[in-house]
Design a protein around this ligand. Sequence first.
Ligand code: URA
Length: 236
Amino acid sequence: MRLDKFLSHHGVGSRKDVKALVKKKVITVNGNTVTKADMKLNPETDTVMVQDEVIHFEPYVYIMLNKPAGVVSSTQDKDRTVIDIVSGFEHYDLHPVGRLDKDTEGLLILTNDGQFTHDVLSPKKHVNKTYFAKIDGIVSDETVKQFQHGVTLDDGYHTMPGLLTIMNVNSAEQTSEVELIIQEGKFHQVKRMFEAVGMKVTYLKRIKMGNLALDATLSTGDYKKLSPEEIKCVRN
Ligand code: URA
């Protein structure tokens, strides 16, 4: 990897900043002062220091995105993708941890750590995914019970239990607001679970994965790097 890329991806500054630091002779690789910002290095074995501080190699990166509606959760598409939104991490080969529908908003993690993605998505690992939804229809205690037992989707699949909490019911408008916790991620699962009980999801936002809540300070389309503590929260 090029030194200037390595340093900009580890938050030292832009490639221009790195050039300036090289000019100042404050960067060393394995103890040797760097003279070329674009020199090649092996980030796993070489020791890079900037102003006497070691820059530790981070092989994996985890980003929390507040996904806006209108973008697709894949790495490549004819439409704008969640990867297109996030800049500064191009060399990491990011992928989304699961998919949110194009019209769904909220918490989506992007990473280059395939094992993490597998652990979070596997229903066997029981990682909770919490959604806030607006529903056309009156969600009742009976619906809550139905979800507790799992519901049968249009393709005959019987879901694992879902924990449904009624937040608000508007009898005049025949609409409801709910939170739903599920541990699976079948195609359009939340929408299809409500369809199974004769209702329609009109708005959907993921608000939590495991114990990691969507950061309330992130506007839609904003993103941030997750800290090691936050990453641990995801696996419940
Ligand atoms: N369930 C859905 O129906 N859509 C999503 O985007 C996520 C879960």
